[in-house]
Design a protein around this ligand. Structure first.
Ligand code: SF4
Length: 439
């Protein structure tokens, strides 16, 4: 089947919407900074993985959700390694199980040099209406350091092929704070990308994640990351340059032309529901998270022997939900509603409980009507300010005295990748409990 998602429809007007994520964990090689679940040199298992995904979608025992599915994100890994017939099978199964008639955004991640034009054309014809590409850098030396297989020429070539294939909504990921990267080099990368005029740009600071080759190298003092001041300067330059070039910084690390924000990642940041399939994928129904086993062979074995791929679940307490909504909401330019989202009876009730903090951060944080938002200067201190609210807790009188938000789960630095998705190339938040896809 081919889908015809209507990207002109504003998904925010549809009450109760959410997304679907499918994780394709194959990569040709493992990049040295990447902690997303992916495996190298296993593409030969693609047919079997897709069969397992079809079984998981059909037999997971998940009822069609009460909310409307309006976004679909195929992430990884390298989903552009999928054959078009695989994608068609997955779409048919998803449509039969849950219904995709209300889809407005259908994203697929593609690596430069790994998505030939005929394949991109086939994906476009199947309904993919948004392509996300992991450029990371236009500096050949930095790409090599990061372990990327592509060179800058492959970025331009795949981008041009995507345009010819009919994609009018493209995201590209870039990365800063890379060892050896200069501020001027970063300015050059941003300018080169802005000149290409993609509709969306994700610009992330390289973070050192445990278990990666980068982590080992930093621990062994083989490389040093730029210091905090340089990281700050690069981030400030990103906001200034991309804003000047017409990109709205609608999330701490994400920039979009008017009307081109990633609707799928907005579901994660607004703590809205999503279904996910594949190894390591996480689902959220508004109250409970559950996650699949983070191992390709274990995932496929479980499905093949009729067992559930779900490795665990967690019911979020009202207190945890409150903190997640606050932490992710403050990353968004739109902020969050203190009544609808945080459960206060009125903006005044929020102001009464948090008056001291609102005064302390005046000029950095603003309560306008019932929306709590960072100011343009406050966005540089999102993590510090949010942590202050964590110590004050949820609405007074809340009966929930459960464990507070696990600080280890949040990475509120200005460029935190999670999720998603993030994460390297445009990521999907769905892979980690609290994580938003690098887009
Ligand atoms: S960064 Fe992307 S391409 Fe590299 S290993 Fe991770 S998922 Fe694969």
């Amino acid at each position: 089947m081919a889908l015809h998602p209507d990207s002109r429809r504003d998904s925010r007007t549809a009450a109760g919407t959410g997304g679907v994520y499918i994780h394709i964990p194959f990569c040709k090689t493992k990049c040295m900074y990447c902690d997303f679940y992916s495996v190298a040199n296993r593409e030969s298992a693609m047919d079997r993985l897709v069969d397992c995904l079809l079984t998981e979608i059909r037999d997971a025992g998940i009822s069609p959700p009460s909310w409307q599915i309006d976004t679909l994100f195929i992430g990884g890994g390298t989903p552009s390694l999928l054959a078009p017939h695989h994608l068609e099978q997955l779409l048919t199964a998803l449509d039969q199980a849950f219904g995709l008639s209300e889809l407005v955004e259908f994203t697929l991640e593609a690596n430069p040099g790994e998505a030939p034009e005929d394949k991109l054309r086939a994906f476009r014809e199947l309904g993919v209406n948004r392509l996300s590409m992991g450029f990371q850098s236009f500096d050949p030396g930095l790409l090599k350091f990061l372990g990327r297989l592509h060179d800058p020429a492959a970025c331009f070539k795949t981008y041009a092929a995507a345009r010819r294939a009919g994609f009018d909504n493209i995201n590209a990921d870039l990365m800063f704070n890379i060892p050896g990267q200069s501020l001027e080099g970063w300015r050059g990368d941003l300018t080169t990308l802005a000149d290409l005029e993609p509709e969306h740009i994700s610009a992330y600071s390289l973070t050192v994640e445990k278990g990666t080759e980068l982590f080992r190298m930093v621990a062994a003092s083989e490389v040093t990351l730029p210091d905090e001041d340089q990281d700050y300067r690069m981030y400030a330059l990103t906001r200034e340059l991309l804003s000047r070039r017409g990109y709205v910084p609608y999330e701490v690390s994400n920039y979009a032309r008017e009307g081109r924000a990633c609707q799928h990642n907005l579901h994660y940041w607004r703590i809205e529901p999503y279904l996910s399939f594949g190894p390591s994928a996480h689902s959220f129904d508004g109250f409970q998270r559950r996650w699949n086993v983070r191992n390709l062979d274990a995932y496929m074995d479980r499905i093949a022997t009729g067992r559930s791929p779900v490795a665990g679940d967690e019911e979020l307490s009202p207190n945890q939900l409150y903190h997640e909504k606050l932490a992710f909401g403050l990353r968004l330019k739109e902020g969050l509603s203190v009544t609808e989202s945080l459960g206060y009876a009125s903006p005044g009730a929020f102001a009464r409980q948090h008056g001291q903090l609102l005064n302390k951060w005046e000029g950095w944080l603003v309560l306008q009507g019932d929306r709590l938002q960072m100011t343009e200067t406050g966005v540089f201190l999102t993590d510090t300010i949010t942590a202050d609210f964590f110590t004050e807790g949820p609405p007074e009188g809340s009966s929930d005295t459960g464990p507070h938000w696990d600080q280890r789960k949040i990475s509120l630095e200005q460029n935190s990748r999670s999720q998603a998705n993030v994460q390297g190339q445009e990521r999907s938040v769905a892979q980690l409990p609290t994580h938003a896809t690098t887009d």
